[in-house]
Design a protein around this ligand. Structure first.
Ligand SMILES: Nc1nc2c(ncn2[C@@H]2O[C@H](COP(=O)(O)OP(=O)(O)OP(=O)(O)O)[C@@H](O)[C@H]2O)c(=O)[nH]1
Ligand SMILES: [Mg+2]
Length: 330
């Protein structure tokens, strides 16, 4: 499913270096002419699309980008060094707007696409520029100009790669809340979640993958019962499902089957989507009950059933490891 990731950042081009006032002092040249050099340009700020980034997560932490200043001019008409441009990497598909006018400044879609978001300031002029017949020894110079400074808004339409599914109350929202910075409503009644919650979960590499927690599915969801149908549509484009079953339920196999039947009825290949099955709330039952539930579920499911507690965080590392493995991410 798609959602919008947004970030606001401030960008500031470097100030230009000042021009200077200097005069030539050379042997055998009694009155040397003006020789003050120009200041260097300030660095500009560019955004560049980078296919290795998937989210705007990094901009939650760093929000101000300033390019280096140009250097002052030197004697002997030497110009000051320009400030280096600063290149800020953004994910492919990032739209860039001016925050005040909301005007679209650019859309960075292809890897390597670049957009200048703040120009560096021009360097000032040294006094060598002001030599004239009337003034053989000008003292005039100009200061460097400030770089362009503005607030911009980045917007990325993201695709959730992982969908969390299960019956109402299985703990889906709790899971996304402990894995990501998402703060969904969590409560001990069915259909707490009315619209999908999205959270960005950090991968081992540091970048993020988007998880979606959808409202609970109940029997008939595919036909429109409860809230599920609308949201099954949203998980159609995920690459992996994490299916939670509440271990404290009276019949975990029946719980699995209800959701299974809804995925089958919905079609669109959802039932064949790679899926990790996990028993949640394992800290609520003793070892024996846990073993029974797991056995029963594995017999029906035919593959490994993972044991987790979103509340105590038990088993979450290994669940995530399995997620990364399934997605081919390390
Ligand atoms: N003891 C225990 N309680 C849990 C655990 N995970 C979730 N819960 C509780 O289970 C209840 C339901 O949790 P939610 O995260 O809202 O469940 P949900 O699957 O998102 O529910 P819906 O949005 O209604 O579909 C809440 O009271 C949670 O605190 C767990 O690992 N252990
Ligand atoms: Mg919920």
């Amino acid at each position: 499913m798609q959602f919008i990731d947004q970030a606001r950042i401030a960008v500031q081009g470097g100030r230009g270096g000042d021009g200077i006032v200097a005069f030539r002092r050379e042997k055998y040249v009694p009155a040397g002419g003006p020789s003050g050099g120009d200041g260097g340009h300030g660095g500009a700020i560019w955004l560049q699309a980078d296919p290795n980034l998937q989210t705007l997560l990094d901009f939650k932490y760093k929000r101000l980008f300033a390019a280096p200043e140009g250097r002052r001019g030197g004697p002997n008409r030497s110009s000051g060094a320009g400030g280096d441009d600063l290149v800020v990497r953004v994910p492919c598909g990032t739209e860039v707007r001016d925050q005040d006018s909301l005007a679209l400044l650019g859309d960075l879609t292809e890897p390597g696409d670049r957009l200048r978001v703040a120009a560096g300031g021009r360097g000032g002029l040294g006094n060598a520029h002001y030599l004239s017949n009337r003034n053989r020894a000008p003292e005039k110079f100009t200061e460097g100009k400030d770089g362009e400074s503005r607030q911009i808004q980045l917007e990325l339409k993201l695709l959730a790669e992982v969908g969390i599914i299960g019956l109402p109350n299985a703990g889906k929202s709790t899971l996304i809340s402990v894995l990501s910075a998402a703060k969904p409503k969590i409560a001990d009644y069915p259909f707490t979640t009315l619209v999908p919650n999205l959270g960005v979960v950090r991968r081992p590499s540091g970048d993020g993958t988007v998880f979606a927690d959808i409202p609970g599915l109940i029997a008939g969801a595919a036909l429109g019962a409860g809230l599920g149908h609308d949201f099954l549509r949203h998980i159609e484009r995920t690459r992996l499902l994490v299916h939670l079953v509440d271990v404290s339920s009276p019949d975990v196999v029946a719980d699995l089957e209800v959701v299974q039947a809804e995925l089958e009825a919905y079609g669109h290949g959802l039932k064949d989507r790679p899926r990790l099955l996990a028993l949640n709330k394992i800290e609520l039952v003793d070892d024996e009950a846990l073993d029974l539930a797991r056995q029963a579920l594995e017999n029906r499911w035919g593959a490994e059933v993972r044991l987790i507690s979103a509340a105590t965080r038990q088993g979450l590392d290994s669940l995530l490891a399995a997620v990364w493995e399934q997605l081919g991410i390390s």
